[in-house]
Design a protein around this ligand. Sequence first.
Ligand SMILES: [Mg+2]
Length: 233
Amino acid sequence: MPWQGSLKHLFLFDVDGTLVSPGGVSRGLLSRAITYETGQDIELGYNDVAGFTDLSITRHALSNLNIDGLISPRLLDVILERYLAYVKSEFTQSAEPFVHDDCIAFLNTVENAGHATCLFTGNMKSVAKIKLSRFGIWDRFPFGVFSDDAEDKNSMLRIVQERAWDVLEESFRMEQMVVVGDTVQDAEAAKENGCKSVIVCRVAEKKEAIDDVGPDILVDDLSDPDLLNRLYH
Ligand SMILES: [Mg+2]
């Protein structure tokens, strides 16, 4: 479908690596919560977390610890509750996290063009709220879809459609939705659901893998003021 400037689109913003850089803070806190509740040392790396949901990261980490018999919904719950408590007390204290100004510029452009926006993140809602509130941008998004809603990003996009209807009372076809993210998983979720995608590659060695998925736009940063126009040309 050709780009129609007058047609309203829904832009779905990822959080970590797209809107904000959590530094290593959130994965460090999740590692600590898992270690506390299982008694087993674990250190989550970038590849363990980027593109995945808090729930799937935790489930996967536990399965690697070979304590399969002990993995219960209750254990997952207590780990994620402890993680949330750590984020509450420590995320706002750390000097590591920062907001990606290029993404805020793109968000401004998208809003000024009259498009709708929402959040599309593997963070739990409560965690996303803490991260974005720190930088004063939580209230800019009328709704979001989170780790609480689905275990992977592929299945989140249908929920985005439902929620857009509930909150905005507008219906968006998949091809009217644009994923703004930073990972292979973001690009794949868009592709498999028939959405468009703008992917910002913040980690140079991931570029080839993201490019292989074929996002509509792949950039090193989102500051090009012409990005919105480039999406359909
Ligand atoms: Mg991300």
